[in-house]
Write a new protein. Sequence first.
Length: 422
Amino acid sequence: MAAPKMRKFDIIIIGGGAAGLIAALQAKYEAPHLSVAVLEKEARPGRKLLATGNGRCNIANRRAAREHYFNAAGDNPAFVQAALKAYPVADNLAFFRDMGLLTKEEADGKMYPLGDQAAAVLDTLRLHIAAKQVALITETEVLGINRQLQIHTNNGDFAAGAVILALGGVASPKLSTSGNFAEMLKPLGHRTTPLHPALCQIKTESPLPKALQGIKFVGRAEIRQQNRLLGAEEGEILFAAYGVSGPPILQLSRLAAADYPNPPSIPQEIRLDMLPNMTEEEIAAELRRRQKLPLTLEDYLTGMLNKRLGQQMIKLATPRKLSEPAESLTADEIKRLAHLLKCLSLPISGVTGWQQAQVMAGGLELKGFTAQNLASRLVPGLFAAGEVLDICGACGGYNLTWAWSSGRLAAHSAVNLLQKGR
Ligand SMILES: Cc1cc2nc3c(=O)[nH]c(=O)nc-3n(C[C@H](O)[C@H](O)[C@H](O)COP(=O)(O)OP(=O)(O)OC[C@H]3O[C@@H](n4cnc5c(N)ncnc54)[C@H](O)[C@@H]3O)c2cc1C
């Protein structure tokens, strides 16, 4: 029997997520004559996009810059700069606008589709993928790739003049890569840094968050390791049965995930400041002033802090009953309470993990790729974009920003390479 024919395309993109779909469009806009295929293991492309921004898709962040990105080697990798400069946020939003998707800006530079629907982002990409005659080949899982850019899948073999790796990460496994990219790319010499869940919740063994479950406050969270400050963020913090959540916690979670799935090997704590706009002395002065009001301890902090949160803090600061008058508190108890409101310490027992994580920290080692064109330094004609690279963005639209900018740069570079070769 004759061997099945190898299907050939000028450019093959592995992975039909945010980075892969935009890369396909960029390639077609630049070079309509080139044949472009997207190989996607799922029956439908871009499923993760539907879950982004709680179904609203925080499509980009206007403020995106190097300082919003991290990698295994440390914070703020210079690697992201070339893609963000070549395809800045305004240009990516114009690219979407030209396809019919309008956006709006909310707090802190966060951009959303005007209709508040993540599905609109995916529909826009899909409609134009079809119109531009990109071959979208679904239910096709890439199992291997060689130096000649021949691709082996569960749905036959393919060959291309240029290949873009856009397989994403392993966060939220139901919506993500099969996780085989490290093994798949090792024979080509590309190495992967350790992978950790990021943008997830932080767990503690302390019973306190469970008692406060559902309560939110706007404050500051710090992660400390043996008193050394590892990171701090401000914003809305939420108590949950397992620990703490909310944007500042998600942001800090990668710092608590280095030993995942184990707890941090060097003990870490999260410190919560519930009144970041007041110093401990100012809080103590206010507490002394309130002692003169006709209040029992039950309502002593009402008007300053969430009532239930306030009552729990009082219970931690003193063994007194909540029915006792506020004026009965001693100077030491006032001092203890003021300190607790500024610095509630919870020992960290880990993070909630891959199921809840929005992104993967770690990925393909950056030293294997050139930042200026996202080309592999090891395999001519191979490029990478999006989360599969060792780039992790902060919460707030920065990860999709990276997917759009890097996807477009990788496609531009692939087109350039093929056009030079013609
Ligand atoms: C719940 C949730 C909410 C989020 N919200 C936001 C947000 O609001 N704003 C923001 O900026 N970021 C958000 N993110 C992060 C953002 O979605 C990702 O960083 C981004 O989608 C990464 O794009 P990508 O194309 O690199 O990877 P992905 O979107 O993961 O796409 C990779 C694609 O490759 C396919 N694939 C994998 N392996 C193979 C294989 N071997 N063969 C063929 N196909 C394969 C996958 O099926 C997938 O379709 C969120 C993530 C999650 C999970």
